[in-house]
Write a protein that binds this ligand. Structure first.
Ligand SMILES: [Zn+2]
Length: 289
């Protein structure tokens, strides 16, 4: 089965990770702009970073037959300084036409501050102005529910945001429902020491269904790794889920969401309507394996 890794920070990974991903069936990955493990010393440092993820990483991935895509933004961890952030936002449009750039992300909240919210809102406007998809990061642990509510309320009240073109990531059991009911796409991140485990993520898939959801490893500077997605695939297989439902979550859904950007090349093997039509909603386990 072909697999898409919809959220991974390859800038922090070795070339061996690309090789492992390729051997595990990954044919495409998407790299949101985020923190570099330290706060950048100047806005101009982001220009080099955006060049790195939109020009260098695609060449590294291509050596392993993986299509590399990316998202551009100032991330919420470095968005507290509004003036600094605006200097970065000013040159983001220069990168939006690059062949692997899918949209604006991962924007969002880190500590749910007023300044972070200001920069979040300005980047939503930037995305709308340039017709871009949006990828949203949500805060960790205790702050997550509050941050999710702040952003969902803002986006619902905005009037100009199409939820089909927005993916809200790092969802857990207590936030999935809010985001899905509002019509947005959802992502779940599998980490070895925090966020979801493979079993918790599969519990959520069974509870909320397989539509408008994808799973990622978010491999980055902390304890993490690209195999997390594949542990989750194995957990679905172990519980007897149908191969076509596994393909919906790990290949077709990322294709359908990211495919709204015409630059995204992989094509789904079947549409959302077809997947829904055959009763693949999650919630029940169909033992075929
Ligand atoms: Zn990330």
């Amino acid at each position: 089965m072909r697999v898409i890794e919809p959220h991974i920070h390859m800038v922090s990974r070795t070339t061996d990770d690309y090789a492992r991903m390729a051997r595990m069936g990954v044919v495409a990955c998407a790299e949101p702009a985020f923190w570099a493990g330290y706060d950048r010393l100047s806005p101009e440092a982001f220009r080099d970073y955006f060049h790195h993820i939109s020009a260098f990483e695609p060449t590294r991935a291509a050596q392993h037959l993986i299509d590399h895509y990316c998202w551009i933004c100032i991330n919420p961890k470095e968005a507290e300084d509004v003036a600094f952030s605006r200097e970065v936002i000013a040159f983001i449009p220069e990168f939006l036409d690059r062949p692997n750039v899918l949209g604006i992300g991962e924007i969002g909240l880190n500590k749910n501050t007023r300044n972070e919210m200001t920069i979040f809102e300005e980047q939503v406007e930037l995305a709308l102005k340039h017709g871009q998809l949006i990828l949203i990061h949500t805060p960790h642990l205790d702050d997550k529910l509050k941050g999710v509510r702040m952003m969902v309320d803002y986006l619902k009240g905005h009037g100009g945001v199409d939820p089909e073109r927005v993916l809200i990531d790092h969802m857990e059991e207590h936030t999935m429902g809010i985001v899905r009911e509002a019509g947005f796409w959802t992502g779940m991140t599998i980490y070895p020491v925090s966020k979801n485990s493979p079993a918790r993520a599969v519990d959520s898939l069974e509870r909320f269904g397989f539509d408008r959801v994808m799973v990622n490893s978010a491999g980055d500077w902390g304890p993490s790794g690209p195999e997390a997605v594949h542990h989750t695939i194995f957990e679905m297989r172990r519980r007897g889920h149908r191969p076509e439902d596994i393909e919906t979550v790990f290949y077709n859904n990322p294709c359908t969401f990211m495919g709204q950007c015409p630059k995204f090349k992989p094509q789904p093997t079947r549409s959302r309507e077809e997947a829904r039509g055959d009763g693949a909603r999650g919630g029940t386990r169909t033992r075929t394996a």
